[in-house]
Write a protein that binds this ligand. Structure first.
Ligand code: M6R
Length: 604
């Protein structure tokens, strides 16, 4: 979602640094971009719809000796995708970049009836409020503090003001913002410093204000808490930079690269299991009657796969949709053990659920980003964190992070079985889990005939048991990557309604491993063929030996490795990812950054 970069620099390549910073944030997803620079004499800004590259190509940089600059990638929430709505927002005096959403914008607009509005954004209210307070004689700091006190919602803000050309202010509430030091150069502020050219950094706390000033060619920084007390010090942490340049390697895109990384990612998780890293969590699971997963999108589906595995071995397991839980539509028993699943650790819906339960429930955060907002919250409350160790995932379409979440879920299960059942049962599961990387390597060699999908009007993924959440995940991948409408269904539900959709134009993708209830899903397939619907049957040799329609023109059989439930979770998930990828390739979509979507979803 939106990305912020801001720089205080002694050097004159500030625009380049800002644009490089934006390029590093592109993975978050966005639809417009912009930049502003401030010098003693001039406030300059340029914005455009589309990519950072567009902005770079269009850039008409004036000659100016700027020490401060701010830049932004916007993912539209309030106000359409237009240049006027792109950030930085400005009234010619105050200039602002903003992540988050100001929910009381309409009310606040009444406080400044004379303001002239340039955009439809909520951000512009911040611009007008700060200018309003400065015009009344307040300092830049006071104007910022008084403005943020009035805001309801979430924000990360970096602000410049023409009357104060030697100061830059940053502040935040909920949306992350970090201040980095660039040795001998100045400061670099970003929504994600992991790829920024900084030596060390600090994270701003909620409602803290950071003020960077320039004097005699040196910069100084001050931090103020929400009570306006200057903080005597902040602990600067050493930056461990992640570099992504050329990291696509030989792959056409990040999605394909990340799909192919999965055997190694799972192997790494198996090694973590062998190191005994899951013992503590399995102890937590031991006397629980209720386990709950919170997660959105693919993370939710990973939780649903967990439900099928945990209900078999552990206890009643629920999966809660955070955006439904947060506003009182769902309950969570006092004695529950809750796993918050989030690749990014930033998804606001999941973060809100975590905030609601963190003081009163047992919670474990499972994420891929050690420095994420959820991880920090867990640390503050002494709650365990499990790092899924997938390595940075750049494609918006989650693949390796999804299977790494499954690997953690399976690892916790194996440790639980060791603790509560028997060593031999745990070892049996461990051995089966250990076979997964090799199985995935075989799946990754497959090429699917996707023609039917390219021509179809209705695509249904069908699964039973653990394959039902995989069907949901397959449909989500096809929507995101290939922009095709697909739904995932429990196969047994077909006859209760969806069967009405079946005709010559429809395709069902049946996920049907042979080891469990194959004959039941086979019946659902026969029902589809009988109504002239086409079927792509993902099964194995065990399933195939029981299938009566393999010669039908309406069926394409895809033979996957023979596997049992723990393995099915990975093998069938990777197969549907690869299928979605190959369809997307045929349709020529922007797979790494699908339209309208963001990697890190920081609005509700
Ligand atoms: O970072 P999170 O795991 O919290 O993200 C949750 C969803 O936004 C995410 O899984 C989304 O559904 C992916 N784009 C799916 O590919």
């Amino acid at each position: 979602m939106c990305g912020i970069v801001a720089i205080a620099s002694k050097q004159n390549d500030i625009a380049d640094l800002l644009l490089d910073g934006l390029t590093n944030l592109e993975y978050r997803g966005y639809d417009s971009a912009g930049i502003a620079l401030l010098s003693e004499q001039q406030l300059w800004r340029q914005r455009c719809i589309g990519s950072v590259k567009n902005l770079r190509d269009k850039l008409q940089l004036p000659k100016m000796n700027a020490h401060f600059g701010i830049a932004h990638t916007r993912w539209a929430v309030r106000g359409g995708i237009t240049e006027a709505n792109a950030h930085p927002q400005s009234d010619g005096k105050t200039v602002v970049v903003h992540n988050g959403i100001i929910e009381n914008t309409n009310d606040l607009m009444k406080c400044i009836p004379d303001a002239i509005w340039e955009s439809q954004t909520d951000t512009e209210i911040v611009v007008h409020l700060i200018s309003h307070f400065v015009n009344k004689g307040q300092s830049f700091y006071e104007a910022t503090r008084n403005t943020i006190k009035m805001l309801v919602g979430t924000f990360a803000l970096v602000i410049l003001h023409k009357n104060f050309p030697n100061v830059m202010i940053a502040t935040r509430k909920v949306n992350p913002l970090s201040i980095g030091k660039m040795h001998n150069i100045g400061f670099f502020i970003s929504s994600d410093v992991s790829m920024a050219p900084v030596d060390s950094f600090v994270d701003l706390a909620d409602n803290e204000i950071c003020m960077i000033s320039h004097c005699d060619n040196e910069f100084s920084v001050k931090f103020f808490d929400s009570e306006d007390k200057e903080l005597p010090y902040k602990i600067w942490r050493k930056a461990n930079k992640i570099t992504t340049s050329s990291s696509k390697g030989d792959f056409a895109d990040f999605t394909l690269k990340e799909i192919n990384e999965q055997p190694n990612v799972i192997q790494k998780c198996i090694e973590t299991l062998d190191n005994g890293d899951y013992k503590h969590v399995s102890e937590m699971m031991k006397n629980k009657d209720f386990i709950n997963f919170f997660g959105c999108g693919s993370s939710r589906y990973a939780g649903l796969i967990g439900k099928y595995l945990y209900e078999k071995f552990i206890c009643f397991t629920n999966v809660t949709i955070p955006s439904e839980f947060n506003y009182g539509y769902m309950r969570n028993p006092n004695e529950s053990l809750n796993f918050c699943l989030s690749q990014s650790g930033e998804t606001l819906d999941t973060l809100r659920s975590l905030e609601f339960i963190i003081d009163s429930r047992d919670v474990v955060v499972i994420t891929n980003v050690a420095n994420s907002t959820m991880s920090k919250l867990a640390i503050e409350h002494s709650k365990p964190i499990i790092d899924i160790c997938a390595g940075q995932e750049l494609s918006v379409v989650s693949t390796k992070a999804f299977t790494a979440q499954l690997a953690v879920i399976v690892s916790m299960l194996i440790e639980f079985v060791r603790l509560s059942y028997s060593e031999s049962e745990a070892e049996y599961l461990r051995d089966k889990f250990g076979e997964v990387p090799k199985m995935l390597k075989n799946v990754l060699q497959m090429n699917f005939d996707v023609q039917w999908l390219l021509e179809s009007s209705t695509i249904l993924f069908l699964g039973r048991g653990i394959c039902y959440p995989i069907a949901l995940e397959g449909a989500l991948k096809l929507k995101e990557a290939a922009y095709l409408h697909a739904e995932g269904l429990p196969a047994g539900e077909m006859k209760h309604g969806p069967l009405a959709l079946i005709d010559e134009q429809s395709v069902c993708i049946a996920l049907a491993p042979g080891y469990d209830n194959f004959e039941k899903i086979a019946s659902n397939v026969y029902e589809v063929i009988a109504r002239k619907g086409k079927v792509m049957l993902f099964t194995d040799e065990v399933g195939l030996s029981q299938f009566a329609e393999s010669n039908s023109d309406l069926v394409k059989v895809i033979t996957l490795p023979n596997c049992m439930d723990v393995q099915v979770a990975f093998v069938y998930s990777v197969a549907v990812q690869l299928l979605a990828y190959q369809v997307a390739k045929s349709r020529g979509t922007n797979i790494d950054r699908p339209r309208n979507l963001a990697k890190s979803v920081t609005v509700e």
